[in-house]
Design a protein around this ligand. Structure first.
Ligand code: HEM
Length: 426
């Protein structure tokens, strides 16, 4: 069951060089694995966080939609408390950044439920107008430029401004900017451009600390001056009979800040890229923007899978597809592979905004207890952003220089230069 190395494709998911390849190139490997070795064992990742030694175990790769769902939905057998990423992090760093993402129920649920009421589809719906207004302001600010890096100009500010509101800081403040930038660099620890000369672990830890600083300052204020907002709920909420200490609050906001910002930023960039690469689909979208946008967003999420994996650890010996899994083994659920599984998505490589089952994608997880708490908000931000862009600057086109991050976790866009016709000159 160790991954075959005689395959006609490169099967070494543990090499950093693999994660520097273009996404579609990597998909050839996942396609081969799905067809030939859907459950395969790999050597540990060439991590720069905690470099593996001869005692570091490898991991199982799950590449089929069905297997990923099964593992995701069985937290008794496949737990999160031992780590949720392919790479190991030093424990202190993990605890500082992951909060309930790295817990199992009942602890997970106790913490998650403190904030889940802020993100219900119903409550999210009440923010629709305000989110659309934020998207409009952002386009107002850039529309006359006619060109620039889409990520810098737009993609990162959309979730950045909206999340600042949840954080309780002014959307244009230095603090909001700090959280936005830190979230991006924190989740790109393997990319030398995000690291800017630092090693991976320092990059992750320093950026996480930046989010902590902002969170703790706001938390301090809300303890004195409670409001009806997320930070107040968190500082007042009781967990195991006590309110959370600073450390727990900071970890909580580090999770939220990174989960909300970076994911949405990359998703909106992928949307614009996919419509640029597929003019027929763009024409379909523009024919009926409001009608077709919701399903188009599901298809963007399926096709691009911004969060490519999460990991679980087996709590007992078991089998998947007849393969023996031992207690303590790591299992990586490749959402990016499940989203291209031909058994679920016909002609899966094709970007098809009318695809009937696009929403069966795994971009928000595979239906287990950790399913993305911000899915409704993420969809709404994408809808507002894309509606604004394709109404105001529909001829937006990519120019030279699209680059993705070196990253085994996020399908992250490093740079995406674009050009459009400013409305005044049309
Ligand atoms: C399009 C944007 C987004 C994508 C692609 C995305 C993706 C994901 C994925 C794949 C998971 C893990 C699911 C699992 O393991 O079952 C997750 C969890 C999570 N997401 Fe999102 N997310 C997005 C937006 C957001 C937003 C806007 C928030 C804001 C609150 C958010 C907050 C979270 C949190 C807190 C978790 C952990 C949930 C838990 O452990 O119970 N996400 N997200």
């Amino acid at each position: 069951v160790t991954v075959r190395t005689d395959a006609p494709v490169d099967t070494d998911l543990s090499a950093r060089t693999f994660w520097a390849k273009p996404f579609e190139e990597r998909e050839k490997t996942f396609a081969w694995l799905r067809d030939n070795q859907p459950v395969s064992y790999h050597r540990p990742y060439e991590s720069t966080l905690v470099p593996p030694d001869e005692n570091t175990p490898g991991f199982w790769s799950l590449t089929k939609h069905e297997d990923i769902k099964e593992v995701s939905r069985n937290q008794d057998l496949f737990c999160s408390v031992k780590g949720v990423l392919m790479e190991d992090f030093p424990e202190v760093v993990q605890v500082a950044s992951s909060s309930f993402l790295m817990m199992d129920d009942p602890d997970h649920n106790r913490l998650r439920s403190i904030v889940s009421r802020a993100f219900t589809p119903k409550r999210t719906k009440t923010m629709e107008d305000w989110i659309q207004e934020t998207a409009k302001e952002l386009v107002d600010e850039i529309v006359d430029l006619g060109e620039g890096d889409f990520c810098e100009l737009f993609a990162k500010h959309l979730p950045g401004r909206i999340f600042a509101h949840f954080f309780g800081v002014d959307a244009r403040s230095e603090e909001a900017h700090q959280v936005m930038e830190a979230a991006e660099r924190m989740l790109a620890w393997d990319d030398p451009r995000a690291a800017a000369g630092r090693d991976a672990i320092t990059t992750f830890a320093e950026e996480c600390e930046r989010i902590h600083d902002v969170a703790l300052a706001v938390a301090e204020d809300r303890r004195e001056n409670p409001k009806d907002d997320l930070v107040t709920w968190v500082v007042q909420a009781e967990w195991e009979g006590e309110v959370m200490d600073d450390w727990e609050v900071a970890s909580f906001f580090s999770l939220l800040g990174s989960a909300a910002n970076d994911t949405t930023r990359h998703s909106v960039a992928h949307a614009v890229r996919l419509f640029d690469e597929n003019p027929d689909q763009k024409a379909l979208l523009l024919e009926d923007l409001d009608g077709r946008l919701p399903n188009a967003i599901e298809e963007v999420l399926r096709h691009s899978t911004p969060v490519m994996h999460f990991r679980r650890t087996a709590t007992a010996d078991t089998q998947i597809r007849g393969v023996d899994i031992k207690e303590g083994d790591k299992l990586v659920m490749w959402y990016c592979s499940g989203d291209r599984d031909e058994e679920v998505f016909e002609d899966a490589a094709r970007f098809d905004i009318l695809r009937a089952n696009a929403k069966h994608h795994l971009a928000f997880g595979a239906g287990g207890v950790h399913f993305c708490i911000g899915a409704a908000l993420g969809r709404l931000m994408l809808q507002a952003g894309l509606r604004e862009i394709y109404t105001r600057i529909p001829d937006i086109t990519l120019t030279e220089g699209y680059e993705i991050q070196v990253n085994n976790f996020m399908h992250g866009v490093h740079a995406m230069p674009v050009r459009w016709t400013p409305p005044r000159s049309t």
